[in-house]
Design a protein around this ligand. Structure first.
Ligand SMILES: Nc1ncnc2c1ncn2[C@@H]1O[C@H](COP(=O)(O)OP(=O)(O)OP(=O)(O)O)[C@@H](O)[C@H]1O
Length: 371
């Protein structure tokens, strides 16, 4: 499937009605709590060839996720954990083997066409637009497919192009765009469609820091307009900046979900302390001594500009830690909460310690069975 037909396959039937937040069917069905995006007990397998035999391999096991209006959920996890597959199922590009997907209250498995008119999907990279057509004509085309009325279309497109900083190049062919411009055009498409749900698979991968920041601020703007956003990323600092909640997926299972501080609490992480050590060489015994202290979960040291920095993660409160005798020569720099990256690594380490690591990319031949 080429990029253009892929884009078409996704949007072909979005023309039924211009359904925006204000006209959300989720609010019409009488339920008191309806999430904008819901995945309930989603299971998905692929047919793969292992040792010369065709067999079915479960990629997603009972995925449960929900996202409300004006919420960003960041889905993070190791390579091959199932993030893109989850996005594709939420985006109705793949059907689950079992389980339920609801977009703006619509059963997206039974009625994907209607569900699509409430959702925009950005799979990242340079795909999803007609390359030899201008940016503005692409947006007109997708606006029509999304059911935007002719009356509103031009104003919405002009506003979206302006907001993503592409007004001046709106008549240029998309094939001349850089990766950052593609990503911003995708976001403009979601703005024009005024989708209730936005699915972003690694939207800043390969972008320079300035473009990444631009994309993040556009995503935040869409959240403030009430869009429910599922975003996958490998950048923990990005997830930390954007997420209202974070879900960690590993081997096709959601192993933790919550705010960064809830995730840290779930691991009994109390805080992280930073120390400096001014000697020329940091003795290995010193690190061992720190690791042996009551309440130390993890300790790491690195040298920068002639000063050793020592970071310690504690599961005891600060007041308890203060009373412990630390090795001579360490100077306390300060205490802080654990970062998402530190928490994520602690969670995965626990999972590997209890279940043993499985490299799910070790398949010899992989065949798509898709639908
Ligand atoms: N069409 C397919 N046929 C068979 N297996 C597939 C297919 N697509 C994905 N997989 C497998 O499903 C698993 C999950 O893939 P997925 O792309 O969802 O992971 P991911 O978390 O997005 O990875 P990454 O972080 O590397 O992008 C991987 O083991 C992958 O090899």
């Amino acid at each position: 499937m080429n990029d253009d037909t892929e884009a078409l396959a996704l949007y072909r039937s979005g023309r039924e009605g211009n359904l925006y937040n204000g006209n959300n069917e989720a609010q019409d069905n009488g339920d008191s709590v309806v999430h904008q995006l819901e995945l309930n007990n989603v299971v998905r397998s692929y047919k793969v060839r292992e040792n010369g035999k065709r067999t079915s391999r479960t990629i997603l096991h009972n995925i449960n996720l929900h996202i409300d209006s004006g919420e960003i959920l960041c889905l993070v996890g190791p390579n091959g954990a199932g993030k893109t597959t989850t996005c594709k199922i939420a985006g109705t590009l793949l059907t689950p083997d079992s389980g339920d997907v609801r977009i703006a209250g619509i059963d997206a498995v039974r009625d994907p066409l209607r569900a699509r008119s409430h959702m925009s999907l950005l799979l990242g990279g340079e795909s999803g637009f007609y390359r030899s057509v201008s940016a503005i004509d692409n947006l007109r085309y997708f606006a029509d497919l999304a059911g935007v009325s002719y009356k509103d279309r031009e104003a919405r497109i002009a506003q979206a192009l302006d907001r993503v900083g592409l007004s001046e190049v709106s008549k240029d062919k998309v094939q001349t765009f850089s990766r950052g411009m593609w990503q911003r055009l995708h976001i403009a498409r979601a703005m024009v469609a005024q989708s209730d749900v936005l699915l972003l698979d690694e939207p800043t991968t390969g972008l320079d820091p300035e473009n990444s920041r631009n994309v993040r601020s556009l995503v935040q703007e869409l959240r403030s307009q009430g869009v429910a956003i599922l975003l996958t990323t490998h950048e923990m600092s990005e997830a930390e900046k954007l997420a209202d909640s974070v879900a960690i997926i590993n081997d096709g299972e959601i192993i933790a979900r919550g705010s960064v501080s809830q995730l840290a609490q779930s691991q009994n992480i109390d805080h992280v302390s930073a120390y400096s050590y001014e000697g020329e060489e940091l003795p290995d015994e010193m690190i061992d001594q720190i690791r042996a202290l009551d309440g130390v979960m993890w300790c790491e040291a690195f040298e920068s500009h002639g000063v050793w920095n020592v970071t310690v993660m504690w599961n005891t409160p600060y007041e308890v830690q203060e009373k412990l005798a630390l090795p001579q020569g360490l100077h306390m720099l300060g205490n802080r909460s654990a970062s998402l990256e530190e928490t994520y690594l602690a969670i995965l380490e626990n999972v590997h310690a209890t279940s043993g690591t499985q490299n799910i990319d070790e398949l010899s031949e992989v065949e798509a069975s898709n639908e």
